[in-house]
Design a protein around this ligand. Sequence first.
Ligand SMILES: NC(=O)c1ccc[n+]([C@@H]2O[C@H](COP(=O)([O-])OP(=O)(O)OC[C@H]3O[C@@H](n4cnc5c(N)ncnc54)[C@H](O)[C@@H]3O)[C@@H](O)[C@H]2O)c1
Length: 442
Amino acid sequence: MIRICMIGTGYVGLVSGSCLADFGNTVRCVDIDTDRIDTLQKGGMPIFEPGLQDMVIRNIESGRLIFTTNLKESVENSDVIFVAVGTPSFPDGSTDLSYVTEASISIAQHLNGYKVIVQKSTVPVGTTRSLEKILREHAPKDAHFDMVSNPEFLREGSAVADFLRPNRVVIGVESDRARETMREVYRPLYLIETPNLMTTLETAELVKYASNAYLATKISFINEMAAICEEVGADIDDVAKGMGLDQRIGSKFLHAGIGFGGSCLPKDVASLVHLAKTKGYDPGIIEAVLEINRSLAPRAVDKVRNVLGTLSGKTIGVLGLAFKPNTDDLREAPSIRIITQLIKEGADVRVFDPVAMDAFESAVGLAVVRCKNAYDAAENCDGLLLVTEWNEFREMDLTRLHKVMRKPVFIDCRNVYKPERMKEVGFRYDSFGRGVEQGGSK
Ligand SMILES: NC(=O)c1ccc[n+]([C@@H]2O[C@H](COP(=O)([O-])OP(=O)(O)OC[C@H]3O[C@@H](n4cnc5c(N)ncnc54)[C@H](O)[C@@H]3O)[C@@H](O)[C@H]2O)c1
């Protein structure tokens, strides 16, 4: 059993801390956000993540999981200290390292005995080594610790399952003692034969960025193909299917639509572009990936404006606010850019999301009408945009939806519905890369 301190209780820290406690370790989760710690101590959840609450409660009850704001006591009573705080982007794409730096300085002041300090936040290549210097400057002279880079690959919405059964564990580690400690931390994953890669600090850091940049590239690639499909009258669903059946390509991440958002892909790709440029290399492919992705939200608005002529005075419904289903995370959500533009052009916007309504109201603060379900959001609308493909939006009663709308204009930003079916129901339906169904009179 290893004594662990997890600094940061966001999507990554909370999930990783709870899962590591479930592995049998003792985990102290520390945050500077006192409200968040209060909520967690009472068994409440500051974020929406399927399966997380049960796991948290189970491990609090077993005494293996503790939530606290007391960093000193947590560091002193731990063998391994994970840092899982935010690393947001600056507007130029560079990474704000202030949270990881502050966390490192705080850790340094309480070091006693040998510790392994693990960077789980996604940080630009070279950061873990720079943080080691900062730690040494602020730590007692006799402090004894090793640095490890252990990037996280979980996905919001399936984070618990991803942590418990990852495709791989990547560990940048340069001392035998820290290597053995990390093996012990992840012992249950080794027992189920999870592939693992032990490498240098810099390589581990780059594996994370390279993986996210590659996934983003697949998405932007298929979206570029979707735009070409619209020009030449081809069908992106079949193009993606035909490509994906090639085992060298694979079918995952070849779903055309409105592109990627969230707290990871956009910021990590931008950070990699920035890093490469500061080193004098022009990363042409991944810069284009971002540019294509940025063009997609405006295209969704173009699609509805093209049908209605103008958005001024029109009522538009938006289904889905979170950047993807099964999360309440709104960071870099395409919904925000779409709604901002709709409002700017004079539309009234009605919105519904199964989980992210409160988060949207408090964090985004755009003037929209909050609705209680998809049909309510569509009520008297001149156009409806399906922006996040929550399951409940995949199985809607289309006839009812058609009936409540003023004009049956449906823009499917996630290519959820079959164009022929939407035409049959009477919608004027458009999606990405599949042609426009011209039905839709009322
Ligand atoms: N969200 C994801 O899906 C995901 C996946 C893989 C990797 N990552 C990376 O993991 C890191 C964390 O992401 P997140 O989404 O969990 O962030 P988040 O914003 O949800 O959570 C960060 C938490 O850290 C806390 N914090 C900040 N400074 C602190 C300090 N000095 N001491 C204690 N707590 C502090 C904040 O209060 C917050 O609760 C980022 O680098 C991110 O890129 C995120």
